[in-house]
Design a protein around this ligand. Structure first.
Ligand code: GLN
Length: 306
């Protein structure tokens, strides 16, 4: 791409989405998440050649929620490779992120690693291979984001654990089908702590930049092989936004992953990662202003993977 004024584009988008910041509802099924000031917004781009651009509340930190599922999958693929796919599928679910019904029909094998059941079983796999899963996850984010101080918001993690019943039901259902090896509550505690990792948009875009960089981090070290990275991006495109993945793909044209804190990470292969945050969600659990911002970014830069 020739010289693009990313900063100008992000500033424009930040102005344009202001009217949308009061639309939608913050997630309140996790009580600690409902305490966030709802009308905030930030967007950051991190390019594969190491440039960062940000507009809005750039230093505001939020829990990354389901965007952590991408790192969970990354760490599990590093350890299991294709063997992981015996325990979790690769198909879009067409159901909500926290749906239980499909899991019963499909004998305890979740459709994909980005719905809750799929991420929880991936955590179970990781739990079996890591002596200190929370430490490993934090270290990955610390190294990749360049902020050695990344922490877990324990209030959010505790709140998720206290209200874990639906996620626990998924874990127990998978265990009844023989697709779960550790104690459900232990794995859930790790899963909730992963979800409660706190980053700002700049750190989030930077941490996941390997997704745009053929699987390599800023130092050229392989996080995933180029093949695995391509596969992961493909799965993000088909399933990263749950039962709204089709609409997101249509509007934005990039692989992406959303979380109920109102954050979305999207990838433009070989160019950049972009992280956006606006806490109010639509009925699919995805950020209203976040999707609109990414749609505008894709239009303004005339970008798409296609
Ligand atoms: N921690 C959340 C949960 O388990 C993650 C869901 C999400 O971000 N979609 O419900």
């Amino acid at each position: 791409m020739s010289q693009i004024d990313y900063q100008h584009v992000l500033d424009e988008i930040t102005k344009e989405v202001q009217p949308l910041l009061s639309q939608g509802k913050v997630a309140d099924y996790i009580p600690a998440l409902a305490e966030v000031e709802p009308n905030q917004f930030a967007i950051a781009i991190h390019t594969v050649d190491g440039q960062t651009y940000c507009a809005g509340d750039c230093s505001a930190r939020f829990t990354i929620q389901s965007v952590s599922k991408v790192m969970t999958l990354t760490l599990a693929l590093q350890r299991y490779g294709d063997e992981l796919w015996q325990r979790v599928g690769k198909e879009p679910s067409g159901t909500a992120f926290n749906s239980l019904t499909q899991l019963e029909f499909e004998q305890g094998i979740p459709r994909n690693p980005f719905i809750n059941a799929g991420a929880i079983v991936t955590c179970d796999a990781l739990y079996s291979r890591l002596s200190a899963p929370m430490h490993s996850m934090l270290e990955s984010f610390r190294q990749l984001s360049g902020n050695a101080q990344v922490v877990i918001d324990k209030k959010v993690a505790n709140s998720e654990y206290e209200f874990r019943h639906r996620n626990a039901a998924m874990g127990h259902l998978m265990k009844s089908f023989g697709n779960f090896n550790n104690e459900v509550d232990d794995v859930l505690w790790a899963y909730f702590n992963f979800c409660a990792i706190e980053l700002n948009c700049v750190e989030l875009a930077k941490a996941y930049n390997y997704l745009a960089n053929q699987g390599k981090d800023a130092n050229g070290q392989e996080v995933l092989s180029a093949r695995q990275n391509k596969q992961l991006n493909s799965l993000l495109f088909t399933s990263g936004l749950y039962d709204a993945a089709g609409d997101f793909g249509y509007r934005v044209g990039m692989p992406g992953k959303s979380g109920v804190s109102g954050t979305i990470l999207a990838v433009l292969p070989n160019q950049f990662t972009v992280a956006v945050w606006a806490p109010r969600l639509n009925s699919y659990g995805n950020s209203v202003a976040g999707i609109a911002a990414l749609e505008r970014l894709s239009q303004k830069l005339d970008i798409s993977i296609f």
